[in-house]
Write a protein that binds this ligand. Sequence first.
Ligand SMILES: Cc1cc2nc3c(=O)[nH]c(=O)nc-3n(C[C@H](O)[C@H](O)[C@H](O)COP(=O)(O)OP(=O)(O)OC[C@H]3O[C@@H](n4cnc5c(N)ncnc54)[C@H](O)[C@@H]3O)c2cc1C
Length: 513
Amino acid sequence: MTPAIVVWFKRDLRVVDHEPLDRAVREGKVLPLYIVEPEYWSKDYTSGRQWSFLKDSLISLDRELTALGQPLWTVIGDVEKVLDHLYKEFRFCRIVSHQETGPGWTYERDLKVKRWSEDHGVVWDEYRQHGVVRGLQERRGWASQWGELMGLPQFSVPKKILGVGSPPIVASDVLQRFSCSNEISMSSQEGGRSNALSLLDSFLDRRCETYRSGMSSPSTGEIVCSRISTHLSVGTLSLREVWQRTLDRRQILKKQTANSVALRSLKSFQSRLHWHCHFIQKLESEPRLEFEELHRGFIGLRQGEPDLEIERLDRFCRGALGWPFVDACLRCLAATGWLNFRMRAMLVSIASYHLWVDWQKTGIQMARWFTDFEAGIHWSQIQMQSGNTGINANRIYSPIKQSEDQDPQGIFIKRWVPELESVPIEWIHQPWRMPPRLQQKIGCRIGLDYPEPIGDPTQLAREARSRLKSWIESHDMKPEAKRVLKAHGSRLRQVRPRYGKKASLSQMALDLE
Ligand SMILES: Cc1cc2nc3c(=O)[nH]c(=O)nc-3n(C[C@H](O)[C@H](O)[C@H](O)COP(=O)(O)OP(=O)(O)OC[C@H]3O[C@@H](n4cnc5c(N)ncnc54)[C@H](O)[C@@H]3O)c2cc1C
């Protein structure tokens, strides 16, 4: 009898557009496997809300697989021990999975699986699931290969799976036995394929209309953004599926109404789908960016006053900086697990510049908060918004300007910072300027009912700029900037280089927003 093929599900929890599953089903008997790895879930960038979303998605995958004839085998444990155990029972010769670009921990884990496979004479085949390329030396040609991959037909759902039979314990019971030690409160989003599809449908059918105009504000962004990031990160949607559905929708819109607003919005959305892989590629090509400044010239920049950093980071984590709009964003993220792109960028910029906190500490805290934590996008963005890349413009956001622009009526602020409910609109962006008698009268005393501001934002930004300037002037930054540009810069748009005059045509980088 031919031995079963193990289909190892990782961050690809679906049965549609799933090349490893498609291949295994064509070749013979299948053992669909998910391994819950306690060591991964003890890492400081994981959280209970990520686990909860994943659990929903695994239950949904189990349902889909069961309907095709073979339930999911879900096992808790160290990957080598799990494989040892299954190998004794099934003597499989082949494992198939998607390639994964995750944190350093998953990379090390994959090396162990590779060694295990070699030791046992098992072949482990990995397939691409999106536009990230393994072993890439430089970015030339990357965008066109991405386009080609997105244009290929999707793998259809297998009609039936010939499998190894039911697992000893059903997936839902196994999943009940595990919990993540970092119990950040639940996510506002639920996992699973049907939730993924309804989000995508509602976005393409209706919500996309105001995507472009509404994406920058945290209140409207919550509604008009697609909100599919968490589904992409666990793979309940395939990127190609989303890309192709978007193209189809654009065709319909073009014919039906020539609705130019929605069409432009969908174009912006398509750029972001491209960025998804563009950023993950950076981590794939240079895994050290999880641990070290991308541009090595910035290593050591933020070493300084540890006590001050502890206090500032603590206030950041509690959403108690005394800057209402920033606190509202922090509390919204802590409570829901999601925030729009611009506000994520603003929070990192404030932590890295105004508060001068080490980017890694901010990055770990934010990763825990995000239900959609995707290491490649996350660490690349943290590096970029902290000014560590040497090829992107440094964005030092003004918390007051962002507040006035994105929440002019203070509605978002009052929703997330209820202590400020009674503050009149003219003071809502800078309540510390309210006359003391007014503070007394409305029952919102700064320093008692709501924290004193952590500092003057303009002054703190000025200090950050000057520290940065003297650092750059006293270090030779150009050679490393060239290296980063060659390895990671997108060839889509021409920008000025960070340390010199106008870029030559060969020096181009993607500058976001
Ligand atoms: C500091 C920081 C950390 C981030 N960490 C993550 C993360 O861990 N996981 C994550 O998925 N996104 C991350 N992002 C990118 C972005 O903020 C989110 O993808 C987006 O807000 C998710 O909401 P959405 O699905 O409604 O996005 P939409 O605006 O609807 O975009 C659709 C999809 O495009 C991709 N995308 C959108 N914006 C970006 C971007 N700037 N870079 C790369 N891909 C993008 C995402 O896959 C997203 O789901 C981060 C951004 C910043 C500034």
